[in-house]
Design a protein around this ligand. Structure first.
Ligand code: AKG
Length: 306
């Protein structure tokens, strides 16, 4: 669904918003099915938790970075309504998708309680601006129903924390417990928040529960001190090639793919990118090359680094 302007305004005013029914049913169902290529189904996990010791190693053991084996998951972070929301929130179409994860949690695997923190600590090497200029847009897409007992994210409205300098990133466990709001909702809902918002992961309050979310983050292009993942480092992972082949030019652009009209494209790069990505439709990038664009200096170098 198209995210209403009021919801995006709420992210600026309150620091976060929850959009119910964001993903359409078909996209959600396909993504949920594809989760089981990566994670144990809850029935399998709870039948024998000791068979999955890795989930007990830390709160973060269930995190998996993009890409995923299945297009049904890889298409979620480039969902057109998400791109539209990021463009409107960041007030530019020049945006990067700078991090995509999946996160599975199973109750009892580990204690998932956290103290409140601001996420910018590992999303920028400096700090967000208090005037909210060029913020980052961070999201959690819920792929399972999240109720009060399912370890919901707990977020603190900005009005309760504005007095704390932005340079402070963490609070003592228990601070803000009175003010926090549990991010609950049916599968397909989405939390959007800013990186200066205090929030925390919380523990399950019932046995046999699980939570599956996809965190996806966007930033305006050009603020190089922001970011998290370098996409070329993920390009050898299963699912990457298929994802790039199936994406539209707009979707690829979010990962830093050279846009149509860029001087990068010439007959050589079109031919060799097609070799690297069998089946890809590069016609959108061809026009410039046919006009005889000159490659930028760096593109003449050969040899790949590991
Ligand atoms: O999992 C969650 O609900 C939030 C986790 C979190 O805020 C974090 O690890 O930074």
């Amino acid at each position: 669904m198209r995210i209403p302007d009021e919801k995006l305004a709420e992210v600026f005013d309150r620091g976060f918003t929850v959009v119910e029914g964001f993903l359409d049913k078909e996209t959600l169902a396909a993504a949920q099915d594809a989760l089981w290529e990566i994670y144990p189904r809850p029935e399998a996990y709870f039948a024998d938790p000791d068979a999955y010791p890795k989930f007990a190693r830390s709160q973060f053991a269930g995190l998996r970075f993009f890409p995923y084996p299945s297009w049904a998951l890889n298409r979620v972070p480039v969902y057109p309504d998400l791109i539209d929301a990021a463009e409107r929130f960041l007030q530019t179409s020049e945006i990067d998708c700078y991090k995509i994860e999946l996160w599975a949690k199973y109750s009892g695997a580990v204690d998932y309680d956290q103290s409140h923190h601001r996420d910018y600590e590992n999303h920028t090497i400096v700090v967000p601006r208090a005037d909210q200029t060029m913020p980052q847009m961070t999201c959690f897409i819920l792929l399972s129903d999240v109720t009060e007992v399912d370890g919901p994210t707990k977020a603190v409205p900005l009005e309760k924390s504005r007095h704390i300098p932005i340079g402070v990133t963490r609070t003592e466990m228990g601070d803000f417990f009175e003010d926090e709001v549990a991010v609950t909702g049916p599968a397909g809902s989405m939390l959007i928040y800013k990186t200066d918002v205090f929030h925390r992961g919380s523990n399950f309050k019932a046995p046999g529960r699980s939570r599956f979310v996809m965190p996806v983050d966007f930033k305006p292009r050009g603020w190089r001190w922001q970011g998290k993942l370098a996409w070329p480092d993920r390009a050898l992972k299963p699912g990457w090639k298929e994802a790039m082949v199936r994406m539209t030019p707009r979707q690829r652009d979010l990962f830093g793919w050279p846009p149509a009209g860029d001087p990068y494209w010439n007959a050589q790069t079109l031919s060799d990118v097609a070799l690297r990505y069998p089946g890809i439709d590069l016609s959108a990038y061809g026009a410039q090359a046919e006009r005889g664009a000159t490659p930028s200096p760096g593109s003449a170098r050969s040899g790949a680094s590991p």
